[in-house]
Ligand binder design. Sequence first.
Ligand code: HEM
Length: 418
Amino acid sequence: MARVATQGASCPFSEPSQDFRPYDMADPFPFYAWLRDQAPVFYSEETGYYVVSRHADIKAVFDDWRTFSSENAQAPMRPMCDEGRRIMRDGGFTAYSGLSARVPPEHTRLRAIVQGCFGPRRFKAIEPQIREIVNAQIDGFIDRGHADFFREFAYDVPALVLFKLVGVPNADVPRVKAWSVSRALLTWGNLSDDEQLPHAHNMVEYWAYCRALVAARHENPTDDLPGDLVRLQAGGAEISDDEIAGVLYSVLFAGHETTTTLLANGIDSLLSYRDNWVAIVADRSRIPAAVDEVLRFSPSIVAWRRKATTDATIGGVKVPEGANILLLIGSANRDERVIDHPETFDIARRDARQHLSFGYGIHSCVGQQLAKLESTIALEELTRRIPSLRLAPNRSRTYLNNISFRVPAAVAVEWDRA
Ligand code: HEM
């Protein structure tokens, strides 16, 4: 934890006055509000990042990929220890970001190929399966009258959906979920050397799994994402096997972890401000607007990274070439300069879609349609089958310790049994 200085008229970083806890996700929002007002761009000694908190500045950085590259988006916040590096090297781990940390022209080439596989046809086809998965999950606890919504619903549903898309068996859900947590903690967490080691072993297994998927599709090119990519490659698309494995390595993480969090934070927000839940129970056509408001108010990713490729200016503050930049998406979404009464959760608001929760510009999330579709179907079925859903007393306020993802440890809920 480090002190941040208020912005003085003569010296922008003079008087220490607030604590910055970059890895504490419990409730960063009051600090974000203070930052937007007092120190909208400041250098954090603890992390080595310039921290940006206003909506206009963050959007401008996202939009200018030449000046602010995404090459550090997947860099470990804390470098891997020597033993961890040895484990990964000996295990043949050579994974690199599928898309998010790649830069043009490589990014442009791969993104065009991948985006073609994420079209409406795929999502339309998978819609009935999503509803089936959601209902099967609800069946598992509906008679009980209480559940940990995070563990018993949000944790599995997006992975089961994604696995249909990627064409891997349900039995692999626990493994891939565990690998994803390892990836999140190694990249965005603050683990000690000893703590890193089991996760290093997991990354070796995760990468081998992605490569095996590609090899299997060469044998039998099934109708799924890796099958599509292998078919495109055979048809002349410029993408190597390792690049396809890299895309799977990205999607098998990005495609469920963030949606798990959206579902969990969504139920938490809708039930904390329960008038909104009552409103969607009464009128399900309001669910898509509710999903937008959850994305704005309680984003899965509150901070994302960029690197300055040259000397630059952000919000009037100079940042040197090579500077690492932390964009506080969770703060942009509550910037009073753009959003009316930003601290109020209200599904009726008209400005929710100003949120930057899927990023912006050339890297903006390729899975956003899927994330919204899943959340909409989940809320349609939950409001229909469990309208009396409410938060249980004494709920946990524990969140995963890391710099980017706001993941609750649990969301305890209860309801009237039929
Ligand atoms: C609530 C759910 C989700 C959230 C909040 C989210 C958020 C984000 C964010 C913030 C970025 C970085 C954007 C930037 O750098 O400008 C991103 C990129 C990406 N997301 Fe998502 N995402 C979600 C769901 C998904 C899903 C379901 C998939 C895939 C099935 C996915 C795949 C990707 C990929 C591949 C990229 C990299 C795109 C690129 O660099 O061109 N995401 N996402």
